[in-house]
Design a protein around this ligand. Sequence first.
Ligand code: CP
Length: 312
Amino acid sequence: MLKGKHLLEPMDFSVEELDEIFDLAERIIEDPQKYKHVCDGKLLATLFFEPSTRTRLSFEAAMLRLGGQVLGFSEASSSSIAKGESIADTVRTVAAYADIIVMRHPKEGAPRIGSGFSDIPLVNAGDGGHQHPTQTLTDLLTIRYTKQSFNNLTIGVCGDLKFGRTVHSLIKAMSRYPGNRFCLISPEELVIPEYVRKEVLQKNNITFREVRRLEDAIADLDVLYMTRVQRERFFNEEDYIRLKDSYILDADKMKLAKEDMIVLHPLPRVNEIAVEVDQDSRALYFKQARYGMYVRMALMMKLLGADEGGVN
Ligand code: CP
């Protein structure tokens, strides 16, 4: 039963609960008209303390497509946080106005702190370099829709594995399914954090290898998850400039990949996927962004206790 729950990390929900969300998302994709009034009268509050295009707008589109309404802010400077108000007081106040809160914040753990002051569901929309659970729902729905399974996949994650929160969440989530293997492709300076290597991969006896060159791994992959180098998390602009173009997926590299490999990217992209790859049928990142809206529709319905007949 997901009604009333918060979503702070991908592991907050069991595999069975995630399946419920994906089943519902697929039903919505098949017949979106059927769901256009199921959240009539419900209000979503979006509290974004960091920039966003996809996450904020897909949540807002999702609620509007379910018949509900939205309110919120897209930068801290337009809220009373700018006057020194705490996260706790902000969340407590907004929880008195809305039915569900979505929060993005640059500080790791901020949504968790907020959730302690919310008597309505609060969803983490990305906290610093930590977690981004609804991006993981998006990624998993895209994999399920195209591969029809979460099992026995070789998943390459490429780019900024140190600061890329979507990668940390994806590895955690896909480690729960049997037979998956990971190929971690990054420069030495941007390797996966030790806690992911030890607490997720090694602890669960997941097969993984670390490589420096995308060309050395791409032929083995079923899923290639590209990420941008996260400029906003660097302390030093020189390091960012040195590392930002470490990997560029182009048409020549795609020739080395399997015919049914899929390319995912949480977006925004900077240079790491050449625009020419967009024409390749294996490039799914814009479809993935659309699936993100459907999976957020399903998630909010579950957290609000709504089904095809409306809110219960
Ligand atoms: N994937 C993602 O989180 O994109 P935004 O930063 O645009 O929300």
